[in-house]
Design a protein around this ligand. Structure first.
Ligand SMILES: NC(=O)c1ccc[n+]([C@@H]2O[C@H](COP(=O)([O-])OP(=O)(O)OC[C@H]3O[C@@H](n4cnc5c(N)ncnc54)[C@H](O)[C@@H]3O)[C@@H](O)[C@H]2O)c1
Length: 366
């Protein structure tokens, strides 16, 4: 198969769909890989790295799309890319169709095969191609939170780890899922006191089993949240209700109970956030202040660490890329049920029920 890796053209996107290691594996399996010149630069991978791994570098995005059977990328195609996608071409990337009718219509018209990272689903309901980005965001939440607790950026002036003779900072984590556990782990590693809340007892039992004793689990309810926000320095929002807007666990009136300079990192901002005063921010201007509480609400946190994010993402996408290339999309999706769930639009038909529902189209069974 001929596999193409274009450069991402969405604003501020530095990740790339394949690393030189991925190229190496594909070439070893007798496939051809075309990489657009400069595609990996934002993540620290240069043309010569790809060439050494066996790729051919092409000058333009148009050439990559025109010459490839399968496109492997990161972000959903933007308007400039719609016309480049070919009939029968496999496009393997994040799509998030339900949030864009224009993209959905364009991909129907293209008659391509759209396989979405975000709907590839394992038997236990986990989403293996979303997990690494939650891991990155959860770990990064503590790094960012620690920074914004510093006084010059309006934080409380607290060092999370404390020092001998001074108590460590206190971190409250809402949600013990992927984001929450990674955040708790980083905070605990710095020596902070951590309280982690969830409504799922299985998750709390798991955290209790694996974390050190200065990570304390409690059930998530309004009473406990109101109690803890008064005494914690950094609050991480990592809750998720599948397919729904995040619940507002911290309401506007609660901000006045927090000490000035408390920092909230609402990672769940991409689902509306779990704090009433959350609004999406960008890496250029990541924070704002409401009632003396610092809010960090960047909707694409992994974008700030493209090297780590690219490698983490491609580690999990490559096995699927290899299956698609080795056996073709029909066989690969039939044999691997998780991958099959990634099929969203096939040659003009929506085959994923929720997307058809979002735009009142009739789904066609895959
Ligand atoms: N901002 C970013 O850059 C970024 C990056 C990655 C993920 N995210 C977002 O982070 C959020 C969390 O993702 P995840 O992968 O950890 O999800 P997850 O499903 O692994 O975990 C969510 C947890 O929230 C818990 N929860 C639900 N309601 C709750 C409540 N009322 N109180 C406490 N806990 C509650 C669930 O039981 C679950 O354990 C998602 O919205 C995801 O989209 C954002």
């Amino acid at each position: 198969m001929i596999v193409g890796v274009p450069k991402e053209i969405k604003n501020n996107e530095s990740r790339v769909g394949m690393t030189p290691a991925g190229v190496f594996e594909l070439v070893k399996n007798n496939h051809t890989v075309y990489v657009q010149s400069g595609a990996g630069e934002g993540s620290g991978f240069f043309n010569h790295d790809y060439q050494r791994a066996g790729a051919t570098i092409l000058d333009t995005i148009g050439q990559v799309y025109a010459m490839s059977d399968m496109i492997v990328k990161v972000k959903e195609p933007i308007a400039e890319e719609y016309g480049l996608i070919q009939k029968g071409q496999i496009v393997f990337t994040y799509f998030h169709f339900a949030s864009s009718e224009a993209l959905t219509k364009a991909m129907i018209e293209s008659k391509s095969i759209c396989i979405a990272y975000e709907t590839v689903e394992d038997e236990d309901g986990t989403l293996p191609l979303l997990t690494p980005m939650s891991e990155v965001a959860g770990r990064m939440a503590i790094q960012q939170g620690a920074k914004y607790l510093e006084k010059p950026v309006k934080g409380r002036g607290v060092l999370l780890g404390g020092v001998p003779g001074v108590a460590p900072g206190r971190v409250l984590v809402l949600g013990a899922g992927v984001v929450g556990i990674q955040a708790a782990k980083m905070a605990a590693g710095l020596g902070a006191h951590v309280t982690i809340l969830d409504i799922n007892m299985k998750r709390l039992r798991h955290v209790n089993d694996i974390m050190p004793p200065h990570v304390v689990t409690e059930f998530s309810n309004e009473f406990n949240i109101r109690k803890h926000i008064k005494t914690h320095d950094l609050i991480i929002g990592g809750v998720l209700l599948k397919g729904a807007k995040a619940p507002n666990l911290i309401t506007r009136d609660m901000l006045k109970d927090m000490r000035p300079g408390t920092v909230i990192v609402d990672v769940a901002v991409d689902q509306g956030g779990c704090v009433e005063t959350t609004r999406p921010t960008t890496h250029e201007s990541p924070t704002y202040i409401v009632d003396d509480v610092v809010h960090y609400c960047v909707a694409n946190m992994p974008g700030a660490v493209p090297y780590t994010s690219t490698v983490a993402l491609t580690n999990v996408t490559l096995p699927y890329v290899l299956k698609l290339a080795n056996t073709g999309w029909r066989t690969a999706c039939k044999l691997d049920k998780s991958l099959g769930k990634g099929l969203n639009i096939v040659e003009g038909d929506i085959v994923y029920k929720e997307i058809a529902k979002a735009f009142q189209f009739e789904p066609v069974l895959a």
